[in-house]
Ligand binder design. Structure first.
Ligand SMILES: *Cc1c(COP(=O)(O)O)cnc(C)c1O
Length: 404
């Protein structure tokens, strides 16, 4: 579907839609998290998936400015993009598949997460080709059952890594693992995983590994499980000011402020009679004569179609509900007889302090987690990074692709 209006150049502050990214809030969140974990524990800013949709490069820079020591990404492409942008902080990358750019990662000084023998084979071959040792962090599966090395296979992985280290092909810089249920306070699997981690760590250290960093905690564990902090915590969602789960508390409970604010410019306001169907399938029918507002954002922009008939939007000073289906590019809200000017802001989510909904509200409306709400905002929505330089109050646009 195409928009009905021709694309004319516009001032950057009146776009169809935009996601403002408050880097000042991100910095404050990093400082709050550092305060929470104590002075001996370092922070890894997880900026995978374009910093959960917030823009990897500006977010990585802001996090480092605020005292994060490490960066973390899933894919090697994400890690290499940070290096290409001139970011030289310690950087761990953990999701590798055969044929990945091992050699480039080694040459870029990227720490490589290794969960299995096949990866050691590829990494040592690349280290030979590069003529320098790889930095390898061995990942243990302490119970998550996803990536990571099972306890039964751990002795072989540790032995092989130490052999390659003896040959000068790599250095084991870290031992780490990931939690399955840290967002469920008090779940017994959390302490069970901490215990297994201690055992697997002790085994590796006894065998001769001298890791620079040992780490287990994601955001929920960084916020609520001090016994899982070890040398560093890997925080993603909390850094973006979003609570890992409603069970744990709100972002404000942890002194965190939402970083992303998603809004659109109302594209049309019109009166309709009672009994008028709205949007595909006519799942909403007006009860009485009313006014409708058209919001030019849809599932192509990452607004979840599953929130049709439920998603909350602040328009004209009141929170309205999506009327009927969310389409690819647009949806409708019932303004209950109110009118707003075309171009008025419709705020889907933000920090919440101006009455707008939060990403957590959208997660509830779409039956999902707030991680998915912010991360899936599409590339068609320009990210506007505010407070890019620390201390500066003016905003700058980072362009329409949302990536750094
Ligand atoms: C995504 C991810 C994290 C960050 O998780 P949050 O809950 O967002 O803090 C940490 N570690 C690993 C291995 C991850 O994949």
């Amino acid at each position: 579907m195409s928009e009905m209006t021709p694309q004319t150049p516009r001032a950057p502050h009146h776009p169809r839609a935009r996601a403002e990214i408050d880097l000042g809030a991100l910095r404050a969140n990093v400082r709050a998290l550092r305060g929470r974990v104590g002075p001996g524990v370092r922070l890894m800013a997880v900026v995978k998936a374009d910093a959960y949709g917030h823009g990897a490069v500006p977010c990585a820079r802001a996090a480092l400015e605020a005292g994060a020591h490490w960066l973390g990404t899933a894919t090697p492409q994400e890690a290499l993009a940070l290096r290409a942008a001139g970011i030289d902080a310690p950087l761990l990358c953990w999701l590798w598949t055969p044929g990945d750019p091992w050699r480039e990662a080694i040459e870029a000084g990227i720490d490589i997460g290794v969960s299995g023998l096949w990866a050691l084979t590829e990494v040592t071959a690349a280290a030979r080709a590069a003529g320098r040792p790889a930095r390898v962090q061995l990942k243990a599966d302490t119970g998550l059952g996803r990536n990571g090395c099972q306890p039964a296979d751990w002795p072989a992985l540790v032995a092989e890594a130490l052999r390659a280290q003896g040959d000068g092909l790599l250095r084991v810089t870290g031992i780490w693992s990931h939690l399955a249920r840290a967002d469920e306070p008090g779940d017994p699997s959390i302490t069970a995983q901490v215990d297994v981690f201690r055992d697997m760590l002790a085994y590796a250290e006894k065998a001769g590994v001298e890791p620079e960093v040992r780490h287990l905690a994601n955001s929920p564990a960084a916020l609520t499980v001090p016994g899982a902090h070890f040398d560093l915590v890997r925080t993603g969602i909390a850094m973006y000011g979003v609570s890992p789960s409603p069970e744990l508390g709100t972002a404000a409970d942890f002194g965190l402020r939402p970083v992303m604010r998603l809004s659109g410019s109302v594209a049309l306001v019109k009166g309709v009679p009672a009994g008028h169907g709205v949007s595909y399938g006519h799942h909403y029918v007006t009860e009485r004569e009313t006014t409708l507002g058209l919001v030019p954002l849809g599932y192509a922009d990452g607004v979840p179609r599953h929130a049709s008939g439920r998603g909350p939007v602040l328009v004209g000073g009141k929170v309205r509900t999506v009327a009927g289906r969310i389409a690819m590019d647009q949806f409708v809200v019932d303004l209950s007889g109110d009118t707003v000017e075309p171009g008025a802001q419709a705020v889907l989510f933000g920090a919440g302090d101006e009455g707008e909904p939060t990403a957590e509200d959208w997660a509830r409306a779409a039956d999902t987690i707030a991680y998915e709400i912010v991360t899936r905002i599409g590339s068609r929505v320009p990210r506007v990074h505010l407070h890019e330089a620390s201390g500066m109050e003016s905003g700058t646009s980072s362009g329409a692709d949302g990536t750094g």
